[in-house]
Design a protein around this ligand. Structure first.
Ligand code: APR
Length: 389
């Protein structure tokens, strides 16, 4: 069997690569380890930034991929109970950011890909990548009924996340990993409870908290906690009490908690994002701490750059965009890492100062104050939020 691109992983990155390649008339096969149901239910990111919305629009996919998904251009900061609204209006015309839970995006991308005749194979086990530095790499895998398959291709798109196999196929010493750990934990809770009016970031002495919409009756909450804390130590009652206090909302609507987890805020960049004919796309190449909502959007950006580069090559044999892939993507990755790092430090340090001390707490408060009072600072923040160049 033979194709132009084998895409490993059917998360936001892999499905976007698949859809954009099909729109360009480039053959591809997408291989996913899990079942379709499993992938479609996975709840994670929730915002598609302005740049990414306009990217889908430019590919003629905005209606199919984002149709019916609500727009949002306002973020609320609540500092010791006092509300400040910040807009992502950057002066540009056109479609704006959408509140789109990852599973909704994944379902719509899957439907669109399959409706266009895309080749998407679930439950592909034991994938191995071979001859990545040769002319025709081969991807081998095992089907659900145990059959062995082999596909030869021109390129492999490694879209299988931070724990996938693509990156492990790169020999030691080729990639440099740049890692950063904020030493901050977040308890994340998903609940059947009314969403906030605007995505909400709350800063208080008790620690950071956030409330994001995840559907008409669903909310995602975050509570800063020690990174090694035990989720079992957070009873429903303790969660709602902490949220009411930190969000400064004594009558906050509650509801059944359907998921609860603790994770560390960390960032990771692998450089370069390419090895031979393997291109790393999305989380396989970089993790960005969730504050700022850039993880999924970076995956969508990489997918766009990769698909255009492959299309150039297939159309007129021009390899320059493929050669520039890693450098171009990493430039945006570091820009977004900086934004996320800045915002992470600001919202945590400005509240509970037990980690950073009072000096840094006051610096963080000054940064927030500037954001709320200086039009130039607000504009620069908006530019980073939209992701527009
Ligand atoms: N073989 C095949 N598929 C695999 C393998 C493997 N060995 N390992 C992982 N996968 C699949 C996963 O099951 C998943 O469907 O690859 C996909 C990777 O998806 P994500 O981890 O969501 O990564 P990505 O598509 O890069 O998503 C980017 O969305 O919410 C986020 O945190 C995520 O910010 C990130 C963004």
């Amino acid at each position: 069997e033979s194709t132009t691109v084998v895409v490993i992983g059917a998360g936001p990155a892999g499905l976007t690569v698949g859809n954009l390649l099909r729109r360009s008339g480039v053959d591809c096969v997408v291989l996913e380890r899990q079942t379709r149901d499993h992938v479609a239910q996975r709840q994670r990111a929730g915002i598609v930034e302005t740049r990414a919305v306009r990217m889908f629009d430019a590919w003629g996919l905005a209606d199919r991929v984002l149709g019916g998904v609500p727009s949002e251009g306002i973020l609320e900061f609540r500092v010791d109970g006092e509300s400040h609204l910040v807009s992502d209006g950057d002066g540009s015309e056109g479609l704006g950011a959408r509140i789109c839970p990852q599973q909704v995006l994944v379902q719509k991308l899957t439907d669109t890909f399959l409706a266009d005749g895309g080749d998407l194979r679930f439950e592909a086990a034991d994938i191995s990548l071979n001859d990545l530095t040769g002319e025709r790499p081969t991807v081998r895998y095992r089907t659900a009924d145990g059959g062995l398959r082999s596909i030869s291709c021109a390129f492999v798109a490694g879209c299988d996340g931070d724990h996938g196999i693509s990156r492990t196929a790169v020999p030691d010493g080729v990639l440099t990993a740049h890692a950063f750990d904020h030493d901050i934990g977040w308890l994340t809770v998903l609940a059947d409870a009314p969403p906030p009016t605007y995505p909400l970031l709350a800063i208080s002495e008790q620690g950071f908290a956030a409330h994001f919409p995840r559907g008409p009756y669903t909310s995602r909450y975050y509570l800063q906690c020690p990174p090694d804390d035990d989720p079992e130590a957070w009873s429903d009652e303790r969660v709602w009490d902490a949220l009411r206090t930190r969000l400064g909302d004594p009558v906050l609507g509650s509801g059944p908690i359907t998921d609860r987890e603790i994770f560390r805020l960390r960032s990771l960049v692998h450089d370069p994002m390419q090895y031979g004919r393997l291109f790393l796309v999305g989380d396989a190449a970089h993790i960005v701490s969730p504050m700022g909502g850039k993880g999924m959007n970076l995956a969508l950006y990489d997918a766009d750059v990769f698909a255009r580069a492959v299309a150039d090559f297939v159309r007129d044999g021009d390899e320059s965009a493929l050669r520039g892939y890693s450098e171009r993507c990493l430039r945006r990755v570091w820009n977004d890492q900086e934004f996320s790092h800045w915002l992470t430090r600001t919202v945590h340090d400005a509240g509970d100062d037990s980690r950073c001390g009072p000096f840094e707490r006051n610096l963080a408060r000054a940064r927030l104050d500037r954001l709320f009072t200086s039009p130039a600072a607000a504009r620069s923040f908006a530019e980073l939020m939209t992701g527009m160049d």
